[in-house]
Design a protein around this ligand. Structure first.
Ligand code: ADP
Ligand code: MG
Length: 262
């Protein structure tokens, strides 16, 4: 293997190792182990309260793990090893790491006082000090990519839920993240607006960006996922290709969950 080949950096590979997380005396993640490969589209399914959102939030250190580690392209998230021990990183380093992880929430979380375009350029300009002209040009490209080139000047309240979520996706992509996390991106939408958002995510999936998507849209999961994991009570119960998991689930809990959602 040539040096050039060995030095190609991975992009967006996530490794979760033996992660435990509790709130008070309730343990919500139990020894979660998960590998997401560069460019992979991983879908997480599971009942409400099974720890899906918590797992996503630990990936960008919005929630701190109690035990275990999470790394992105080999770099520990939120911690550093010093003298053989884990030490939490400085706030500035944590914020810098967070800019490598895009996040799309159920409720869009756009800034209501900013236009679509301003929402997208906010982080590039203030968190990464990208020159305004460059950030604007990129934001316009991203708006076009999500089919909203004509909505640059619109405020969130002037947009439908589906349009707001597409702006939120454009915003999540603005810093060219290594991985994008979606937490039930269509759960808050009226049924007729779901498809337009799923189409944007499918398009992104084809582009080779690593995606981790929590969703209850089982048909979409089947179309878009390279792999699906089923979580229950804070554990990864089962995982496989969409076909394996949907047509031949191994665990009773997976079967019972799927029988309710399909
Ligand atoms: P899911 O996304 O699968 O519905 P969550 O990760 O949101 O599950 O929640 C897992 C469990 O942790 C639930 O029992 C929930 O009530 C609890 N939980 C989540 N966030 C908090 C929090 N900030 N404080 C206390 N309990 C929480
Ligand atoms: Mg959730």
């Amino acid at each position: 293997m040539s040096l050039a080949t060995t030095q190609v950096a991975t992009r967006g590979a996530v490794a979760v190792r033996s992660v435990d997380k509790s709130y008070g005396n309730q343990q919500v993640l139990h020894e979660v182990d998960l590998d997401v490969a560069e460019g992979e589209v991983l879908v997480i399914i599971g009942p409400s309260g099974s720890g899906k959102s918590t797992l996503l939030r630990t990936i960008n250190h919005l929630d701190k793990v109690d035990r275990g580690t999470i790394s992105l392209d080999g770099e520990l998230i939120g911690y550093k090893v010093r003298n053989g021990k884990l030490h939490e990183r400085r706030e500035s380093e944590i914020l810098a790491q967070r800019t490598e992880v895009g996040m799309v929430f159920q409720n869009f979380n756009l800034f209501g006082h900013l236009t679509a375009l301003q929402n997208i350029i906010e982080a590039p300009i203030y968190a990464r000090k990208i020159p305004k002209a460059k950030a604007l040009a990129r934001a316009k490209e991203l708006l076009a990519r999500v089919g909203l080139a004509d909505k640059a000047g619109a405020y969130p309240r002037q947009l439908s839920g589906g349009q707001q979520q597409r702006v939120a996706i454009a915003r999540a992509l603005a810093l060219d993240p290594k991985v994008v996390l979606f937490d039930e991106p269509t759960s808050a939408l009226d049924p007729e607006l779901v498809t337009e958002v799923l189409e944007v995510i499918k398009d992104l999936a084809k582009s080779g960006t690593t995606l981790i998507i929590v969703t209850h849209e089982i048909g979409f999961a089947r179309d878009v996922a390279d792999r699906i994991i089923f979580m229950d009570s804070g554990r990864v119960v089962e995982q496989g290709t969409p076909n394996e998991l949907m047509t031949n689930p191994q665990h009773e809990r997976t079967k019972s969950f799927l029988s309710k959602v399909i």
